[in-house]
Design a binder for this molecule. Structure first.
Ligand SMILES: Cc1cc2nc3c(=O)[nH]c(=O)nc-3n(C[C@H](O)[C@H](O)[C@H](O)COP(=O)(O)O)c2cc1C
Length: 207
């Protein structure tokens, strides 16, 4: 089958699923989804994320209460919460470990650190937290696409109270904050149709 056709079928199949049925996702299928997140690109390769997987029903229900009671959370098979890292300044041990992995010469590492400091260290905490969250959204998109590729539904959710979700999960908020919540499972109802602007409304070529 034409690769482009397969890819677009997956893109059309993925939708924001509002209610899941009882079917559980097989463990190796969910690991495939997580692997798509792990392999995602991130700024400077820092991997500004952590993936929390909730299968416990009581925890799902508590998170649903902190997320406008959106039923897709308590009905899903696996609930993913992507945490964004806050310890991403050049002085943070985590960041240094990540940047040291490239095996650069001392000179090369200094150069990279100089660039990194210029990009990150001068910014305020909120901007840096948003920067980490941006990376989490890339991983989120890849995981939802990977899921759709093997017939698994999902719903990206930012309609939740981050402080409450962090408290429910017992997150160390000096280091992490919840960025996005994504329930995965199998749809209970048919998807509604897609509404998208036409390509010529969202694309501008400069030739
Ligand atoms: C960052 C982000 C946050 C979203 N938050 C919610 C949410 O809290 N609840 C929800 O039902 N859908 C949420 N959505 C889903 C969008 O409403 C949905 O993707 C959009 O309407 C397009 O529909 P489709 O994904 O079914 O094609 C979110 C989507 C994104 C990308």
């Amino acid at each position: 089958m034409d690769k482009k056709k397969i890819f677009l079928e997956m893109m059309n199949m993925r939708h924001a699923c509002k209610l899941f049925n009882e079917k559980k996702i097989a463990e190796d299928d969910f690991e495939f989804i997580l692997e798509a997140g792990r392999l995602s690109p991130s700024s400077f390769g820092v991997e500004q994320w952590k993936f929390i997987v909730v299968e416990n029903q009581a925890i799902k229900e508590a998170i649903e209460g902190a997320a406008w009671n959106q039923k897709q959370i308590s009905t899903c098979s696996h609930l993913l919460i992507i945490l964004a890292r806050k310890d991403v300044r050049s002085s943070d041990a985590y960041t240094q470990k990540q940047l040291q992995r490239w095996g650069l010469s001392e000179e090369g590492y200094k150069g990279l650190m100089g660039l990194y400091k210029g990009w990150v260290d001068g910014r305020d905490d909120h901007t840096i937290e948003m920067w980490s969250e941006k990376q989490c959204y890339i991983a989120a998109a890849n995981m939802m696409s990977a899921a759709a590729f093997i017939g698994i539904d999902s719903c990206p959710i930012e309609g939740f109270l981050s402080d409450q979700v962090d408290a429910i999960l017992g997150v160390d908020t000096k280091v992490f904050q919840s960025a996005i919540v994504i329930p995965f499972g199998y749809r209970a109802n048919e998807a509604r149709g897609k509404h998208r602007l036409a390509l010529n409304e969202v694309v501008e070529y400069l030739k």
